[in-house]
Design a protein around this ligand. Structure first.
Ligand code: NCD
Length: 412
């Protein structure tokens, strides 16, 4: 595996590396500063080089769409490789089989072929993080009415959930991918004639950093595709769901997915008498930091800071905990233990965060509420998820299952 990271990373790069090593593979850490990138080599040429030596290319890049460019380059190289390089690749295969590399004899991915994984492209997407996030939700469910007995990988475990996304949804690529992943989960859980949505997703962002309309539409389309896949139908459904409609108080439901837009003040203040506030309705609170590095200029960042401090100071008295904490944070929102208390959060509520954090989730939260602070365990779930992903991509799942069965046998 080559880690082609052209942007900083702690968790994603380390977890991919650890996952590959735990599966018995090797990792090449590409370092931009000592590479031919500094001589002006293009991304495409760098990729043509690295794919020659890798089965998996994990890419992180500051531009949205860069991962698709990398994948297109690798696709071309894979085609050429299967047409031109096969004899030599076959020799390599015989050679590695002799050395007992059983993975190479059984795997589905032919030699000389490379798969690409997007580890974050600018303000675009971060799909493997979305898988980590959904997996974390599945692993973290404790005593809801959904029985623990359901296997971990069954999406029904999330049936009827409300997932509240809080933070920078304009630039936050993890929220873009997660919204669509949750659409798929909702679609897979939806049943004809359901009165309640299979999943409710609420987008809570400072007004400058709202969820883009195209992501809301894509999440609705994912729900429709998920529902169609379950029903095994091939009908093409028009899943248009615009942001204006989604801002209605009850949201808009498409194929089991209800999407709503709410203000930060709604976290702790009830919309009507007798209706619990948003925090009290929430099962998973997914927080992200403001992506300062993606603001177009220092001025734009300063303006944002100005506007959040004014908004926090003028918040209504009913949202006092939210506004007090927000006033002292640079993000404009802050999930303190006091806020969760004021919002009467369910005892089972879990707080997730892709991390890194700035000040939107203070260390006091994990200190006083370690169970709720699922973001600390999310990193480990990420290791296992990425191990599974790599094994699947390389077609090595049978081997892994056999190893697992052997290990379980030994443990008994
Ligand atoms: C995120 C990212 O890089 O998009 N982090 C991660 O991969 N775990 C979130 C962020 O940087 O805020």
């Amino acid at each position: 595996m080559t880690l082609l990271f052209l942007e900083p990373s702690t968790r994603t790069s380390s977890s991919f590396a650890a996952a590959m090593q735990r599966l018995g593979g090797a990792v090449n850490h590409f370092t931009p500063a000592t590479s031919s990138t500094v001589k002006g080599e293009s991304l495409e040429d760098t990729v043509r080089c690295l794919q020659s030596y890798s089965d998996v290319l994990v890419v992180r890049h500051p531009e949205a769409g860069a991962a698709a460019r990398v994948a297109a380059t690798v696709d071309l190289a894979n085609t050429e490789s299967s047409q031109m390089l096969q004899p030599l690749d076959m020799l390599h295969r015989v050679d590695s089989d002799k050395q007992g590399d059983c993975a190479s004899s059984q795997r589905a991915l032919p030699h000389g072929q490379c798969v690409v994984m997007n580890a974050g492209d600018g303000a675009g997407e971060h799909p493997t993080q979305a898988l980590v996030d959904v997996f974390t939700m599945l692993c973290e469910i404790t005593d809801r009415k959904q029985p623990r007995l359901l296997p971990l990988w069954r999406f029904e475990r999330l049936s009827g959930f409300t997932v509240t996304l809080l933070g920078d949804m304009k630039f936050g690529r993890t929220t873009h991918s997660l919204a669509q992943a949750l659409g798929t989960v909702a679609g897979a859980n939806s049943k004809d004639g359901d009165k309640e949505p299979a999943l409710t997703v609420v987008y809570v962002a400072p007004s400058e950093l709202a969820m883009p309309t195209d992501i809301i539409t894509a999440a609705a389309a994912a729900a429709t595709a998920g529902a169609d896949a379950k029903a095994n139908t091939k009908t093409k459904t028009n899943a248009k769901c615009d942001a204006v409609a989604a801002s209605s108080p009850n949201g808009v439901t498409v194929s089991g997915l209800c999407q709503r837009i709410a203000d930060i003040s709604a976290l702790t203040s009830a919309p009507k008498k007798g209706v619990p506030c948003l925090l009290a309705q929430t099962d998973v609170l997914y927080v992200t930091r403001v992506q300062k590095e993606r603001f177009p200029s220092e001025d734009a960042w300063q303006q944002y800071q100005q506007s959040v401090s004014t908004t926090a100071a003028s918040s209504s008295a009913s949202a006092v905990a939210a506004s007090q904490a927000a006033a002292s944070s640079s993000s404009g929102y802050c999930i303190t233990p006091e806020l969760l208390k004021q919002g009467e959060a369910k005892p089972t509520l879990r707080v997730l965060h892709p991390l890194p954090r700035v000040d939107e989730v203070p260390p006091a939260l994990e200190a006083t509420e370690p169970l709720r602070a699922a973001y600390m365990r999310q990193m480990r779930w990420g290791l296992y998820l990425r191990m599974a992903l790599i094994a699947e991509a390389l077609g090595a799942t049978d081997e892994i299952e056999a190893l697992y069965a052997r290990a379980m046998g030994q443990a008994e």
